[in-house]
Design a protein around this ligand. Structure first.
Ligand SMILES: NC(=O)c1ccc[n+]([C@@H]2O[C@H](COP(=O)([O-])OP(=O)(O)OC[C@H]3O[C@@H](n4cnc5c(N)ncnc54)[C@H](O)[C@@H]3O)[C@@H](O)[C@H]2O)c1
Length: 405
């Protein structure tokens, strides 16, 4: 941003007239939070559309980049037409749906090298302009998919619901694997190598969160309801996810007993996933709130999310933010790994064993191998794999050379 702002390519304004006059293509990328009934709240999108309608003086392509329910492009069209009528002017415009598929935490890379660019267009002129806009990013392979506006709008929701469903499905299977003494990680590899299934989004863990999956999945259920359709599979993926977010607390009880009052628990990872400080609907929140409700002290660490966490638990003496991952473990009974940040992947287990009073590690993202922890004297719980008890610390085996032939 700094580089492009310095070069005069990027500027910011709070003056809507100036912003509308600036270009032919106007992106609407405001938030579409979940309303009380789960439907997406498009008030901000409509507010921007009204501003554009009040200001535009020549042909514009108005692009819906926000994730919006099917039919919103039509509603934006109607708002623009109304605003122009109020002004008594005729100005041509097109509305395009261009849903955003970037992954939070990898936004720029995804933008520069998109898997696909979906354009919901009903005008040749708008399609021509949008193709020109994206051409520099798609030089080596055509990745634009042009479709009708409603299909484009629905594509975004179906993509997110499918991804959320894959994770929830694996979490449900992980529960079964735990009870049957199977290892979900082996099952994941076993099924992911099937080309029809593919390896992505099959990782069992402590649940999905963030700003998109929960609200988009809820919005899809609500869209179905409006049409008199029960979205059973989508709803089930939400239910499984809610249950999964409580799994870490269940494991803590299995490890430490029926009450955690007076216990201290280290939590590694607060953001809903690595490479972001976003804590919206993060599994860490469910865990930490449950720990506080039981009277446990939390020593939490995240590489980037402390500012958000401090706001969430402001004035809560039971939640402390530690300056480093290892500091969080000092004097704690157990460690719970909630977010798979790279820096959590290979801690020195012997050091953990020294710091954790009860030597319990709850591995909510299946980062560690149970045998390795056991060898360091730690007890290991993970998702969809049998719990591993600590082995008595062993002296390293003496080297034995094969007898000379
Ligand atoms: N975050 C993601 O990874 C991601 C990925 C794909 C799609 N999306 C979609 O993109 C949209 C935005 O998501 P986000 O995460 O950036 O949300 P956000 O809440 O972080 O940002 C939205 C911004 O819009 C601004 N805003 C609200 N009303 C406005 C108005 N009337 N005029 C000008 N600005 C206004 C807010 O101040 C805020 O800065 C959502 O529809 C979301 O579903 C987000």
């Amino acid at each position: 941003m700094q580089r492009n702002a310095a070069a005069g390519r990027l500027s910011f304004s709070t003056d809507s007239g100036q912003a509308v006059a600036h270009g032919t293509i106007l992106f609407i990328a405001v938030g579409t939070p979940a309303g009380e009934d789960g439907s997406a709240d498009v008030r901000h999108v409509m507010a921007v559309a009204r501003s554009i309608g009040r200001e535009m003086a020549e042909y514009k392509v108005v692009v819906n980049k926000s994730t919006v329910p099917v039919g919103t492009a039509d509603a934006v069209h109607a708002v623009l037409r109304e605003a122009l009528q109020e002004r008594g002017v005729i100005v041509p415009f097109s509305v395009v749906s261009n849903p955003e598929f970037l992954k939070e935490g990898a936004a720029i890379a995804d933008f520069m090298r998109p898997d696909r660019v979906v354009l919901g267009c009903s005008s040749d002129q708008a399609e021509f302009i949008m193709r020109g806009l994206y051409a520099p990013f798609l030089r080596n392979r055509e990745r634009i998919q042009v479709m009708d506006v409603r299909s484009a709008e629905l594509t975004k929701y179906v993509a997110n619901a499918m991804l959320a469903q894959r994770i929830s499905f694996m979490n449900e299977m992980a529960g079964l694997a735990e009870r049957l003494g199977a290892d979900i990680e082996k099952v994941r590899i076993g099924i992911g190598s099937d080309e029809r299934i593919g390896p992505h989004f099959l990782y069992a863990g402590c649940g999905w969160g963030g700003s998109c999956f929960p609200k988009d999945v809820r919005a899809l259920v609500s869209m179905g309801q409006d049409q008199g359709l029960e979205m059973g599979m989508v709803r089930a993926s939400m239910q499984v996810n809610e249950r999964q977010k409580h799994r870490l607390m269940e494991m803590l009880h299995e490890a430490l007993g029926p009450t955690l009052k007076g216990r201290t628990v280290a939590v590694w990872g607060l953001a809903f996933k690595p490479e972001t400080d976003d804590m919206r609907e993060a599994p860490s929140r469910v865990l930490i709130d449950a720990l506080v409700a039981e009277g446990a002290t939390v020593q939490a660490y995240d590489p980037v999310a402390h500012e958000n966490a401090a706001r969430l638990w402001q004035g809560e003496p039971l939640v402390q933010l530690a300056p480093s991952a290892m500091h969080a473990c000092d004097g704690a009974d157990a460690l719970v790994v909630v977010t798979e940040w790279r820096e959590f992947r290979s801690p020195v287990f012997e050091e953990l064993a020294q710091r954790l009073t009860e030597r319990v590690v709850i591995d909510g993202r299946n980062l560690y191998r149970g045998e390795e922890l056991a060898a360091a004297g730690l007890r290991h719980w993970s998702i969809g794999r049998p719990a591993v008890a600590a082995a008595a610390p062993k002296a390293p085996a003496a080297l034995s050379w094969p007898a000379a032939a």
